[in-house]
Design a protein around this ligand. Structure first.
Ligand code: SF4
Length: 384
């Protein structure tokens, strides 16, 4: 059997493609798939295409030909993550401004499982600082096995959720006990971009010749903010787009925050929330994250929010992506591909995604509601 190795967390995990194939050939199962944002910017490289070629439509077409019953987008869940994480940021910020000494800032993003594992092992005394929001992969699974399962009239145990991820640590994340109900995981199997490439080749699908096809609904619609989750700085830029408008009740004068973009290992920027300066830090690579965490420990950090991703470049440089052999140009091209997809989207802010609005109306109530908390948030553990 195949084994993939994560360059960040020394995680060694087994390729579950065989289990996915078995699920696809089981007529009693409804098998759905979600694809992470970074996958569309890199999968083409497995088929000899230039780095940074966007293959979103061909990716969907390939997954449909592989036999998935519905093809959805993790970017939808990235929008949902922003609704929850952005609300948490604003709640903590307001309490801080009101002088509540118990509230902890900065808030740290929590969508990267290798980073979560890192602070659980190395900085467990800070485990109440990261956002409690689950990662988009796990939010998707939780909504799929409740809201979607109800809509489809399928029992939880007959719905198989598969993820296509740029990441090896996402396999480990699926197995965490917090993300299971009666031993049934919210996400059953995660396979990497490279493993999907191999499966497409094994199935004799001519990837380059595929037409562009669209994601299914309701979990396939996303904003541009959801797309840029795949690159360093993208999660916090997406959060700013929503948090600014919710906090100020004004429309953002611009959507591209160049001060949050780039490839430097540690970056910082101050964003003006209508007179309130919000200080933001960004780190990619765990060595860089460690520096920001040590500043927090020493009481020297002035940030309100920090985005941390384990892989260089964020998920575009994930351990499950086509090998880039440390070539920074490849990462930049993948990054530009995501910014292009963002710019081409009609909707570019998570809170304007109509399917997210409907999900709250029909099912969750409002961000951070009791139901949202139960399904979309998590807790962290001291793993020293
Ligand atoms: Fe996985 Fe992305 Fe984190 Fe890398 S940065 S470990 S690809 S979630």
């Amino acid at each position: 059997q195949c084994v993939a190795v994560c360059p960040t967390g020394a995680l060694t995990e087994v390729d579950e493609t065989g289990k996915v194939i078995r699920a696809l050939s089981d007529p009693t199962k409804t098998v759905i798939v979600q694809t992470a944002p970074a996958v569309r910017a890199a999968l083409g490289e497995e088929f000899g295409m230039e780095a940074g070629t966007l293959v979103t439509g061909k990716l969907v077409a390939a997954l449909k030909r592989l036999g998935f019953d519905y093809v959805f987008d993790t970017d939808f869940a990235a929008d949902l993550t922003i609704m929850e994480e952005g609300t948490e940021l604003l709640t903590r910020l307001q309490k801080h401004l009101d002088g509540d000494k118990d509230v902890k800032l900065p808030i740290l993003t929590s969508c990267c499982p290798a980073w979560v594992k890192f602070f659980e092992h190395q900085f467990p005394e800070m485990k109440d600082i990261p956002s409690t929001a689950r990662s988009p992969q796990q939010m998707f699974g939780a909504i799929a096995k409740t809201y979607l399962a109800d809509k489809l009239g399928v029992k939880r145990e007959d719905l198989v959720v598969v993820s296509i991820m740029p990441c090896v640590a996402k396999k480990y994340e699926c197995g965490r006990d917090e993300f299971k109900t009666n031993d049934n995981p919210d996400v059953d199997y995660a396979i990497t971009t490279r493993e999907l490439g191999a499966l497409i080749k094994l199935s004799s699908i001519d990837f380059k010749a595929l037409p562009n096809e669209d994601f299914d609904h309701p979990l396939g619609e996303s904003s541009g903010a959801g797309v840029i989750f795949g690159t360093t700085g993208g999660v916090i830029e997406a959060a700013v787009r929503t948090a600014y408008e919710v906090h100020t009740q004004k429309e953002l004068p611009r959507l591209d925050f160049d001060e949050l973009r780039g490839m430097e290992g540690i970056r910082e920027a101050t964003i003006d929330f209508n007179g309130l300066p919000i200080k933001i830090g960004i780190a990619h690579g765990l060595g860089n994250a460690r520096k920001l965490l040590e500043d927090i420990q020493a009481g020297k950090s002035e940030f309100h929010a920090i985005e941390i991703m384990s892989c260089p470049g964020g998920c575009i440089g994930g351990g499950g992506q086509p090998y880039h052999h440390g070539n920074a140009d490849v990462l930049k091209k993948r990054q530009m591909a995501l910014y292009t997809e963002d710019r081409n989207k009609t909707i570019r802010k998570s809170h304007e995604n109509p399917y997210i609005v409907k999900l709250y109306e029909e099912f969750l109530g409002k961000p951070m509601s009791e139901k949202a908390h139960h399904l979309l948030h998590t807790e962290y553990f001291d793993r020293t």
